[in-house]
Design a protein around this ligand. Structure first.
Ligand SMILES: Cc1cc2nc3c(=O)[nH]c(=O)nc-3n(C[C@H](O)[C@H](O)[C@H](O)COP(=O)(O)O)c2cc1C
Length: 167
């Protein structure tokens, strides 16, 4: 599918069928994430693919995942992240979010629904999934077969002339 068409079709799905996501699709999503660029190619991002009943229940304790059969916890190791020398800015969140975006569009391209979730309790993720102190959970990407057809904000965006300023 043309990339712009893919962008237009994607929306945040908050209702999922119970059908599991096939193994080959999970692998394709992970491969799209693995191939994402990161600052200086430092590759600080690690992903926990949650698909077991127990894992999903542990994840739901941290944040709402809408009964989806699959979710990826996208984490970034702050010790492995590139730091901008001018002001100390670390690309921890940026790297993880590019990985998440790659995964989200690969899932969308395969006809799956997704939801990007940041509203979660990091301390619960840390405890339930045994993360080291330096491993920061940045995003959860919820994935599954959609049981809805749109979202309230699907395509609702500011106009182009507000979005861009040419200089
Ligand atoms: C960084 C980020 C964090 C988000 N966190 C949540 C969340 O915790 N819970 C939720 O329901 N949606 C979350 N969303 C989904 C946004 O609300 C959604 O993308 C936005 O309203 C636009 O709607 P659309 O994705 O359907 O086009 C998040 C999206 C992004 C990009």
């Amino acid at each position: 599918m043309d990339f712009n068409e893919l962008v237009r079709r994607r929306y945040s799905s908050r209702s999922y069928k119970p059908d599991p996501v096939e193994e080959d699709k999970i692998r394709s999503i992970l491969e799209a994430g693995r191939l994402a660029p990161t600052a200086r190619n430092d590759q600080p991002v690690r992903v926990i693919a949650v698909r077991s009943k127990e894992g999903l229940a542990k994840l739901e304790e941290a944040g709402h995942i809408y009964d989806a059969p699959l979710a990826f916890i996208v984490c970034s190791d702050r010790n492995k992240t590139w730091t901008r020398s001018y002001d100390g800015m670390k690309t921890t969140d940026i790297d993880a979010s590019i990985v998440t975006t790659h995964m989200m569009y690969e899932a969308t391209d395969m006809g799956l629904g997704t939801l990007w979730v940041c509203m979660f309790k990091p301390d619960v993720i840390r405890k339930n999934f045994g993360l080291d102190d330096d491993m920061i959970p940045i995003n959860i990407l919820v994935v599954g077969y959609k049981d809805d057809t749109t979202s309230k904000n699907h395509g609702v965006r500011i106009p182009m002339d507000e979005f861009v300023r040419y200089a």
